[in-house]
Every structure is written in structure tokens, then in C-alpha cells.
Design a protein around this ligand. Structure first.
Ligand code: DC
Length: 210
């Protein structure tokens, strides 16, 4: 039987890491909706075009089963992970016409089979009938630390205080926007990963999924 798991939460809470592992263990498809907002932001940044309905209607975003992200046929998996695109994604996510288009695409993907979808509004807007909803969070300090380590491991020149500032700003933007803000759905289970390992979070989600 088709099952839907929705995982929402703020930036750096570990959503994509644990969702990927859970999806692999359950044999579900993992859908990273943040990557889709990032692809829109990258398109705006690279093309220099104005973000309007034409740009959104013409955009082609594909996620493959290996976690690669394609924008208009080009592999942009790495390019969408820069701090500039993170900021841009949070900016483009404010617009109703952007959310409408991506929400339609996300619902279509969820119709194909069992999925774990992560984002900000999955349990509240995109898939309100999900079988399991998790709101995954962690302290700002811990989330900034994780992002710092992740970027450092990739060889980027990083400043912890700067990363923390950007996370606070993105949390504020994502949770205060008018349309589909980051919010815990009434029927979502709150999971605070501040003091948990990745494996502990994964096991808890798998337990809840059963
Ligand atoms: O999960 P992420 O950090 O890759 O998401 C990037 C931005 O995209 C995030 O700051 C807000 C936006 N986003 C959204 O508004 N709704 C979603 N379902 C997923 C992401």
C-alpha cells in the first residue's frame, strides 16, 4: 500500500540526511522540496531574468532517484548548495505563483508511490493527508554547527557566526512569510534532534512509520 511521510522543519535540522536514509531503508522515494526552491533561485541568479510567471511556467525541475537535481536538463546538484542560493531559495519561496507551481509538481511526485518528502510546508499544505508527519528541529546553535561542519568538510572558507546569522534570518523569513510559512502541522510529531545522533533520529522515524 502507498505510504506518505512528511518531514518539515527549519534549516539545518537534518531533514534531508535522515529522510534519505529512512527512504532507502523503507524502499520509498525521497523528495527534497528545498532543492526545487533552490533550483528556482539558481535559475533567477544565473539568467538575470525577473522572477515572474513566465519564468516559472517554463522551468523544468527534475529530481532523480540518486538524489541529483536537474534544472532545464542540466545537473545542478552541487550549484544549488551555495549560501547565495540558500538565501535566494528562501526569497523566491515567498511568492504564491512559485509555491503553486512547485506544490503541484510535489503532489504529482507523491502520486507515483510511497514517498518521504521533506520541506517547510509538506504536512500543512502539500500533503495534509500524509500517513506520518514529523516536525524535525534542533537548537539554532546546533544547526549552525552542523552547517559549519558540512561546509568546512567541502573545503569552503566558513565563519560560524556568519552561518548562524544566516540560519536565524532564514528561519525568520521562512516562518513569517504570508503564504505557507514554516509551521508544525497540528497532527505532526515534534522531534528535537539537538542531542540525538543521525541514527537515533532515523530509528525513531522508522519506529513511528511502523
Ligand atoms: O530545505 P532547504 O534549506 O534546502 O530549503 C531552501 C529554502 O527553500 C528554504 O529556506 C525555504 C524554501 N522552502 C520552502 O519554502 N518550502 C519547502 N517545502 C521547502 C523549502
Amino acid at each position: 500500500m502507498k505510504k506518505i511521510i512528511a518531514i518539515d522543519g527549519p534549516a539545518g535540522a537534518g531533514k534531508s540526511t535522515v529522510s534519505k536514509i529512512c527512504a532507502a531503508r523503507l524502499g520509498y522515494t525521497y523528495i527534497d522540496t528545498g532543492a526545487m526552491y533552490r533550483a528556482v533561485a539558481l535559475k533567477v541568479l544565473q539568467s538575470g531574468k525577473i522572477l515572474d510567471e513566465t519564468l516559472i511556467n517554463d522551468i523544468e525541475i527534475k529530481l532523480d532517484s540518486a538524489g541529483k537535481v536537474f534544472l532545464d536538463g542540466k545537473d545542478v546538484t552541487k550549484e544549488i548548495r551555495t549560501p547565495e542560493v540558500s538565501r535566494g531559495a528562501s526569497d523566491v519561496a515567498k511568492f504564491g505563483f512559485v509555491r503553486k507551481k512547485l506544490t503541484e509538481l510535489q503532489r504529482e511526485m507523491a502520486r507515483q508511490g510511497s514517498v518521504i518528502m521533506d520541506g517547510r510546508d509538506i504536512g500543512t499544505q502539500v500533503l495534509p493527508n500524509a500517513d506520518l508527519k514529523i516536525f524535525l528541529t534542533a537548537s539554532v546553535e546546533e544547526r549552525a554547527r552542523r552547517r559549519f561542519e558540512e561546509l568546512k568538510a567541502k573545503g569552503a572558507a566558513v565563519d560560524f557566526e556568519q552561518i548562524k546569522k544566516e540560519i536565524i534570518l532564514r528561519d525568520k523569513q521562512d516562518s513569517e512569510r504570508e503564504i505557507a510559512p514554516l509551521a508544525q502541522a497540528e497532527d505532526a510529531i515534534l522531534l528535537d534532534s539537538t542531542n540525538l545522533t543521525i541514527e537515533q533520529v532515523v530509528l525513531e522515524i522508522l519506529r513511528l512509520a511502523q
